[in-house]
Design a protein around this ligand. Structure first.
Ligand code: ARG
Length: 415
């Protein structure tokens, strides 16, 4: 990178009155709808909106219409569902990715992909800048800003929420004043949704003591309405990646969708925990992610048939580092790719099936089998078929005890 670009990236960029072209990551929600108009007024900007479909259930035509009504010069809708499933979700599964052991990174995983699509439009339209609707308190700003910096360091970054100082009520007022197409009664919660999960924030959830009301949930059925009969599902894996459900081959996108339905139907898939954001704030986070939890748990279980204990222990360190890195917005960092090389290598030949049972909000792993696993029934069996020579255990056990024996002798002498 030239020194000039670096200087420009690191300096606050004063923008004068006239004519910047900005590509904006547009969700169709209140913040980014207000933002289109605000950027136009404040910076005399030409705004090019970009909506990326990463599996959220939205009416994308309606979103396009909203963008134009709010003043967008062009609107681009990108269908990135498959890419999200194949290139992002599958990596998260192989890495058993759970931030702080709980959060499968649903929002975190989508941001670099969305940012990349925004950059593509910015380059296509000859923009000077990119923009997003993230707050200054969260992690999402880091994920967007880092990806923007990595892919197009010459572009300025606008994050109006960090500078405009409007609360939700101010935004609604602004939207009504400017005749913007908003739906102020939509929900009191702030929701972010994609194929890998749904995160729910704000409203009364900000008090971590308050139980989440049923109406906050969409994917997971309340326990009072789940089936009285358990359901068994067999998930097939190849090279650590899920490829089938109950023997039917499926691509990643459809497999994850299907498991979201099955898990959700049985009331399974909720996470409600206190999370440590990168900037040092604690926040109560609520998620619905049936497929993510099922697939990570099933994958972690299957992996154990193949990897030795040292390999597993080391992979756990790598997995944790991977989740921390992706949570922190550093998807574009070379370390992530290096960790992925290790993880890919570890998954070669992790082929097999995991059988799970769902019932009334629970998921149990009830069976697993691998193709050519390290697990050896002939070695472990207590039956006559055993191929293990137990006489060898005597010598091993004596040597194993040696260090403890010597220490104990020493203590006795001293005491
Ligand atoms: N705490 C989660 C994360 O940092 C969820 C963020 C949800 N984002 C949102 N705009 N509601 O990944």
């Amino acid at each position: 990178m030239s020194v000039k670009i670096l200087r420009r990236t690191l300096k606050n960029h004063p923008v004068g009155g006239s004519g910047v072209k900005i590509a904006l990551a547009y969700s169709g929600g209140l913040d980014t709808t207000v933002m289109i108009r605000w950027l136009k007024d404040r910076y005399k900007a030409e705004v090019h909106t970009v909506t990326v479909d990463v599996g959220q259930e939205e009416d994308f035509e309606e979103i396009a219409e909203k963008a134009y009504k709010s003043g967008a010069s062009t609107h681009t809708n990108v269908d990135a569902k498959e890419r999200f499933a194949e290139e992002y979700v599958s990596r998260a599964i192989k890495a058993n990715a759970l931030y702080q052991g709980e959060y499968p990174l649903s929002s975190a995983l989508s941001r670099p992909l969305i940012a990349e699509e925004v950059v593509k439009v910015a380059l296509r339209e000859g923009c000077d800048a990119v923009a997003h609707g993230c707050t200054g308190k969260g992690n999402d700003q880091l994920r967007f800003d880092t990806t923007f910096a990595a892919l197009a360091p010459h572009l300025k970054i606008f994050a109006p929420v960090r500078e405009w100082n409007m609360n939700r009520d101010d935004e609604i007022e602004y939207a009504l004043e400017h005749n913007l197409p908003i739906n102020p009664r939509k929900s009191r919660f702030s929701v972010d949704e994609n194929l890998w999960g749904r995160s729910i924030e704000a409203g009364e959830l900000e008090d971590p003591w308050v139980e989440v009301p049923e109406e906050a949930y969409k994917l997971v059925t309340p326990l009072s309405k789940t089936p009285d009969k358990a359901e068994e599902v067999v998930i097939g894996f190849e090279n650590g990646v899920p490829v089938s459900l109950n023997g039917t081959r499926m691509d990643m996108l459809n497999l994850v969708r299907e498991l979201n339905h099955i898990g959700g139907r049985h009331g399974y898939g909720l996470v409600d925990h206190v999370e440590d954001r990168v900037i040092g704030l604690k926040s109560r986070e609520v998620y619905e992610l049936p497929a993510a939890l099922i697939l990570i748990k099933a994958h972690r279980d299957l992996e154990k048939l193949f990897l030795g204990r040292r390999f597993q222990a080391f992979k756990q360190i790598v997995d944790t580092a991977w989740a921390d890195l992706v949570y922190s917005g550093l998807w574009a960092d070379p370390l992530r790719k290096a960790l992925d090389s290790f993880i890919d290598m570890s998954q070669r030949g992790v082929d097999g099936e995991v059988k799970i049972r769902l019932f009334k909000g629970t998921m149990r792993i009830v069976g697993r089998r691998g193709v050519n696993p390290m697990y050896s029934k002939e070695a472990i069996t207590y039956s006559r078929e055993s191929i293990f020579d137990q006489k060898a255990g005597e010598g091993f056990s004596k040597i194993w005890a040696l260090e403890t024996l010597l220490s104990s002798l020493r203590e006795r002498k001293g005491g």
